[in-house]
Design a protein around this ligand. Structure first.
Ligand code: SF4
Ligand code: SF4
Length: 336
């Protein structure tokens, strides 16, 4: 049974809140994942442009300092998005990270400039950077989610650590397609696709579904946003995909997770708007087990999450993740 450490924010502390945070990380043994004089990945979500609910950079900055004090060299990392926005390509993403206050450590986008750089781990398209490391810190904002009920560490490790093609596989039951109304037939995608899956037929550009691997790189290079996909995966399929990808990401790695039950919004940080919070701040949790920590967070705010989307069973992602070997649901909660 994993231990989940809990820093409550519904009680008063007579000390600097970042010192309490230090005590949380120390009690949980978080710096065990740091290898001296080696790069140490801090996986996070920097928030979409217009969103301010993401994890406060001051906490992440303190974590980077703690990694440095432990002899490691911290860098921040995230992946490109499937949808077109300010995190769609690596260069845009890094610029937004700076705007959102994540300017105190190097930022490396884990799936490359166009989001097509991945390693295959048990059939999952995991962003290539995560194939080169054997430990990492996973900083997650726990909040509601439109299709999964909630998003926490599993979502950060599954969806958040996948390359664009992995995100496509989880969100969609089909491959990308060309929107004829937008396509100017510039053939940029044709030149880009190393699988020769893009064909020019008479006056049309199309994707040969039999050849296409679903890497989704062509979506990033199209200057017109003409390569589209369907968001047609239902909740169970999405939760199962996230769990499978999370299990692939954590395989043979030591992961230290920090979940922030703060600014508990109804939707994820990919939303560019801010809506009323669904419940007051609860605190920060820490554990080496991504399943236990998400289970503990869900147990603390299950009423608010269940009221949000009564039609969704958000425990499916926990059940699948446990079955795929990402961790276990049983935990012991220890307040610091
Ligand atoms: S057509 Fe398919 S294989 Fe080619 S770049 Fe696009 S998604 Fe990848
Ligand atoms: S890159 Fe976009 S606009 Fe150019 S041919 Fe491909 S789909 Fe059409």
């Amino acid at each position: 049974m994993a231990t989940v450490y809990f820093m409550e924010l519904r009680k008063k502390y007579d000390e600097d809140i970042l010192k309490v945070f230090d005590r949380l990380v120390d009690a949980a043994g978080g710096m065990q994942v740091v290898q001296k004089r080696s790069p140490t990945a801090v996986k996070l979500h920097i928030g979409e442009s217009g969103n301010i609910n993401y994890v406060n950079p001051r906490y992440v900055n303190r974590l980077v300092d703690l990694i440095g004090e432990s002899g490691g060299r911290a860098f921040l990392t995230d992946t490109t998005t499937l949808y077109a926005g300010r995190r769609f390509r690596a260069d845009l993403h890094i610029g937004l990270a700076r705007e959102h206050g994540f300017d105190f450590a190097p930022m490396i986008i884990a799936d490359g400039l166009y989001g097509d750089d991945y390693v295959d781990i048990d059939g999952a398209k995991v962003a290539s950077l995560f194939g080169h490391i054997d430990s990492m810190l996973c900083v997650s904002h726990f909040k509601g989610h439109l299709n999964c009920g909630f998003g926490g560490a599993l979502k950060n490790l599954g969806m958040g650590c996948s390359a664009k093609g992995g995100k496509l596989e989880m969100h969609s039951k089909s491959k990308p397609y060309v929107d004829d109304g937008r396509c100017t037939q510039c053939l940029t995608c044709f030149e880009y696709c190393i699988h020769d899956a893009i064909k020019k037929d008479k006056d049309k550009v199309r994707i040969d579904m039999k050849i296409c691997t679903g890497c989704a790189g062509c979506m990033s290079v199209c200057p017109e946003g003409a390569i589209r996909f369907s968001w047609d995966a239902v909740s169970s399929e999405l939760q199962k995909g996230i769990a499978r990808y999370a299990a692939s990401t954590v395989k043979e790695k030591k992961i230290f997770c920090l979940n922030f039950l703060i600014n508990i919004s109804p939707n994820c940080d990919c939303f560019h708007t801010n809506e009323p919070m669904i419940t007051p701040d609860v605190g920060i949790l820490a554990s080496f087990d991504p399943v236990s920590i998400d289970q503990a967070c869900y147990d603390l705010v299950s009423d608010a999450i269940d009221n949000l989307h009564p039609e969704i069973d958000p425990t499916e992602q926990l059940q699948f993740a446990e079955r795929f070997g990402a961790g276990e649901r049983k935990y012991e909660l220890k307040s610091i």
